[in-house]
Design a protein around this ligand. Structure first.
Ligand SMILES: NC(=O)c1ccc[n+]([C@@H]2O[C@H](COP(=O)([O-])OP(=O)(O)OC[C@H]3O[C@@H](n4cnc5c(N)ncnc54)[C@H](O)[C@@H]3O)[C@@H](O)[C@H]2O)c1
Length: 248
């Protein structure tokens, strides 16, 4: 059994993680902590892996504390910068246990991560490529970080294959062609009833390939979180992105 403590356990994601850890047959809940709780209660005696889903302003401090406590950490909180990651790497270099691990995933949804991966594989075979992301209207940023990442993945694959820019005769736009990310148009739809969805449209003369991911609720993240809990200790140091754990 993998002993898991959850930090941010009263939050929407943390609450789902508590339930997922209780429900899985190979994990057991150690501590469920939230704001105001003492994270130094988490030790290697009671915890193998700490899962951190809080808010960007406190996440770095929590992760540094957890590293100091000698446990592996899985992080879902967003807002990581190169500077913050450097601090995590420096803390790991001084960690109490050898080969301690921190795993950070900007997106734990396996379908979203595979959409990005498959788009990267397919991109070089198509003349045109566009990304459409669709979310609930309460999301404050647009386009989504995941869609921006997918656009870069497609652009990198096109550049590596020596493809010309995507064809587009548009002369006057007015915003309807979306945001151009690394030469790839990215469109954002905000619609009540949706959760988190992404389509990659790839076009050639006479054919289209659509790669689509639909995350219907927060449960969509739990298989990815549990995968990270199971695999984090096999990846010493800092690992970023669920794609690194999927044997792709
Ligand atoms: N990586 C992913 O796939 C993914 C998916 C969804 C959300 N997120 C991110 O996860 C984070 C949490 O999202 P949420 O919807 O659960 O937010 P939320 O506001 O529902 O929960 C955050 C929780 O953190 C707690 N908290 C605040 N400060 C704390 C501290 N110092 N120590 C311990 N707990 C503290 C809060 O009390 C709250 O219970 C956000 O950054 C969000 O963007 C990531």
């Amino acid at each position: 059994m993998i002993k898991v403590s959850v930090v941010g356990a009263k939050g929407r994601m943390g609450g789902n993680v508590v339930n997922a850890v209780n429900d899985a047959s190979d994990t057991e809940l150690a501590l469920a902590l939230d704001a105001g709780d003492d994270l130094t209660r988490i030790t290697p005696d009671n915890t193998d892996v700490a899962v951190e889903f809080t808010v960007p302003s406190v996440s770095l401090g929590n992760v540094l504390t957890l590293i100091g406590q000698g446990v592996d950490v899985v992080v879902g909180t967003t807002g990581w910068t190169d500077e913050k990651l450097d601090q995590v790497r420096a803390a790991l270099a001084q960690a109490p246990r050898p080969n301690q691990s921190v795993f950070i995933a900007p997106n734990f949804a396996i379908s979203a991560v595979l959409t990005d991966h498959f788009a990267g594989l397919a991109a070089k075979y198509f003349e045109s490529a566009e990304v459409v992301e669709m979310h609930h209207p309460d999301k404050v940023d647009a386009p989504s970080g995941t869609a921006i990442h997918t656009a870069h993945t497609i652009a990198d694959a096109r550049k590596a294959a020596g493809l010309a820019p995507v064809p587009d005769a548009t002369e006057t736009d007015g915003g309807s062609r979306g945001q151009t990310v690394d030469g790839i148009h990215v469109h954002a739809v905000r619609l009540r009833g949706l959760n988190a969805h992404e389509e990659v449209l790839l076009g050639n003369p006479g054919e289209q390939l659509v790669i689509r991911s639909d995350c219907f609720d927060r449960g969509s993240f739990m298989p990815g979180v549990l995968l990270a809990v199971r695999k984090v200790s096999a990846h010493p140091g800092v690992t970023i992105g669920l794609n690194n754990l999927l044997d792709l």
